[in-house]
Design a protein around this ligand. Sequence first.
Ligand code: SF4
Length: 297
Amino acid sequence: MTTESLYSKGGLRIEIAQPHGMCTGVDRALKIANRILDEYPNETLWCFHEIVHNQHVVAEMKSRGAIFVDAIATIPEGARVLFSAHGVSPQIWEEARARKLDIVDATCPFVAKVHGEARDFASRHCHIALVGHKGHDEVVGVIGEAPEQIEVIESKADVEILKTRWPNERMLVLLSQTTISDEMFVECQTALESAGYTLIHPNFKDICYATRERQRAVSQLARNVDCVLVLGSPNSSNSRRLVEVAQKEGCQAFLIDKPEGVDGLDISQIKRIGVTSGASTPEALFLQLIERLKERV
Ligand code: SF4
């Protein structure tokens, strides 16, 4: 994990976090989608949920004929459907099969691994605390593996809900969303242990390497600059975590969803500015942000 001093002029230094930007899971999902769009230019590609949480990427795919939906029932029978990098629940797979859809699965392998763990532990009658963000596509998909045996924990406040739901359970399996921060995981793990639960699988291994590496890089960056800009969409979990990690280092940090977003920020007093991008942000957009920053000098 390093920072790279990219540009220095007129008293302003721009530093970028390494690594930053698109991860292998997003890259893989986009390659799958683009290959289908290239091979079948006259057919609609139905996408269940945003392929990745990046508005620029979604807009580009729409312009090439993709249609994004949130309900399988809205897709014509027999059509081709793409499942996003965030994965879907077994119920969605069943609905898609019932409509005889041609399913293309772009679920990130790291997300698929969490599904497998949830299935495995649930089949052994375990109860599972899933550390993650309620309502996030990935979390919704994993809950679907065993809705009666999985409870989502966002903070220590949620431990009370869990106690009420399973009053006689003292042992829990601890899983997590792939894109949360280490701090969030530790806070929830500590809260559960303090409440007297014995935890199975209490490690960080569900948080993917891309999330962790980008968070460590931005943490290091934030210690050396006056302000951090994170390029990513507001609904991108890993991008929002990058902002939080930088702020925890005592650095001001902003999430901007497009390069033009920097125009609205007052950076006239900033001497050292750090930049990074979320795991679903195309590098071309990131380079546009750098060029825009240079113009501000
Ligand atoms: Fe996969 Fe991690 Fe990228 Fe999500 S952030 S798509 S889990 S590699």
